[in-house]
Design a protein around this ligand. Structure first.
Ligand code: SF4
Length: 416
């Protein structure tokens, strides 16, 4: 049941809102939305399943309605509100207008923050290397970070960013740098989980880690559907608050199915994958040597034998497909998602080989990171190899996902 203190909080907010806005117009639909949402959250309809779906036209004040209906309940019950949107425009409206206004009308303290993915933050270590500020950094190391030779202006910009970051004048968020950061520079300095050595003491000033600390303390978190899906795919509570502790407000929810579908889907080119696997086969020994071949040798053997299964397997699938009829849209489509038996069997083999290759590469990658952490090898030696290893690791993870989905039993696929 909605308790009296909560009802009073919501009423006070509403009265304050009326006073704050010169041209406030009471709207019946907005009031109805607030009341139904608050009653749902309080368990008046179902104590175990507090799900509420509402559709409302433009101009009824939906966002203010869900702030009114959810924030007092969350603050009273030690929960967090996660608002997920599809568009940047709505995120900006919430962060710059609606939530500051709600802060003025709500008599209790609460904080809010915009949550962003790792790719919006720079890696302080990569930035330092690019700016050439660490002892021993040189143009060769800078070139490893850049896909092509950096221009003088790029190095100057990296120096300015590094200086602002070190003096606390910039938080490492791409969107808060006063000018657009060119993609070539951003790709060289972006935070990336595969090249991240967050266990090292010198990484305490990591912009991404700091953003996560702020996020942990906030009461209301504005995110987008992709970040919400990314968190749920990791099991929940990794990027955003623990699901048990969160009240999810999914705005612009009509975009959610396509985002959810994209998150559950995977794609890879058959011949493209065979080509980069050849490259990995050639680079494997060099990467495993950096991990110390005595420790990494068995993983290298396992990686190379998996690659020897994957490359012909992928080519065989291509040959199998070339004998099947193409759909009008240029795709091979299978009724109810049921693959022909031969393709299903090939998918299972590819899934096993891709998993083995991914696990072996991940072990080699971890061994290099450990050696770096233990001071057995320098960052100058490890970083370029880790970057190369991360490149292949990401592709292997994706390849495994593709063939895991393809190898699902036919009856399961048909139900999707
Ligand atoms: S913790 Fe990871 S992302 Fe952060 S500065 Fe260090 S290496 Fe870069």
């Amino acid at each position: 049941m909605l308790n009296n203190s909560l009802k009073k909080d919501i009423r006070t907010c509403y009265e304050n809102l009326r006073e704050q806005l010169d041209n406030f117009i009471p709207r019946k639909a907005q009031n109805y939305l607030v009341a139904e949402l608050a009653k749902t959250l309080a368990g008046e309809y179902n104590a175990k399943r507090q799900i509420f779906v509402a559709e409302a036209g433009t101009g009824i004040g939906k966002s203010m309605a869900y702030l009114l209906g959810s924030i007092p309940f969350a603050v009273n019950n030690n929960k967090k509100v996660v608002i997920s949107t599809a568009t940047v425009a709505l995120q900006e409206q919430l962060i710059n207008k609606d939530l500051p206004l709600f802060n003025r009308i709500y008599p209790r303290e609460f904080s809010f923050i915009l949550a962003k993915g790792r790719q919006r933050y720079c890696c302080a270590e990569k930035l330092a290397a690019l700016a050439g500020v660490n002892e021993g950094d040189n143009i060769v190391e800078q070139q490893v970070l850049f896909e092509e030779k950096p221009k003088r202006d790029d190095i100057v910009l990296a120096g300015d960013m590094y200086s602002a970051l070190s003096r606390g004048k910039w938080d490492g968020d791409r969107d808060s740098w006063p000018k657009t950061i060119p993609d070539t520079i951003w790709r060289a300095i972006v935070s990336d989980k595969h090249t991240c050595h967050n266990g090292l003491a010198s990484h305490r000033n990591c912009p991404f880690a700091k953003s996560r600390e702020h996020l942990d303390k906030a009461d209301v978190i504005v995110a987008n559907h992709s970040l919400l899906m990314a968190d749920l795919e990791l099991g929940g509570g990794i990027i955003l608050p623990e699901p048990d502790q969160a009240i999810y407000m999914i705005d612009e929810a009509h975009h959610l199915p396509s985002v959810a579908r994209d998150f559950s889907a995977a794609s890879a080119s058959l011949l493209g994958a065979a080509a980069w696997l050849e490259k990995l086969n050639q680079s494997g020994s060099k990467i495993a040597n950096t991990a110390d071949i005595k420790r990494s040798g068995r993983f290298l053997d396992s990686l190379q034998s998996s690659i020897q299964e994957l490359i012909p397997g992928l080519r065989q699938v291509r040959d199998q497909l070339s004998e099947l009829p193409l759909n009008d849209d240029g795709a091979f489509r299978f009724k109810d998602g049921e693959l022909p038996e031969s393709l299903h069997l090939a998918s299972k083999d590819l899934q096993k080989a891709a998993k083995k290759a991914q696990q072996s590469q991940a072990k080699i990658h971890d061994l290099i990171s450990e050696r770096l952490k233990d001071g057995e090898i320098s960052a100058r030696l490890a970083d370029p190899v880790l970057a190369e290893s991360a490149f292949f690791l990401q592709r292997l993870e994706n390849l495994e996902k593709v063939w895991t989905l393809m190898a699902q039993p036919n009856a399961d696929k048909g139900r999707r």
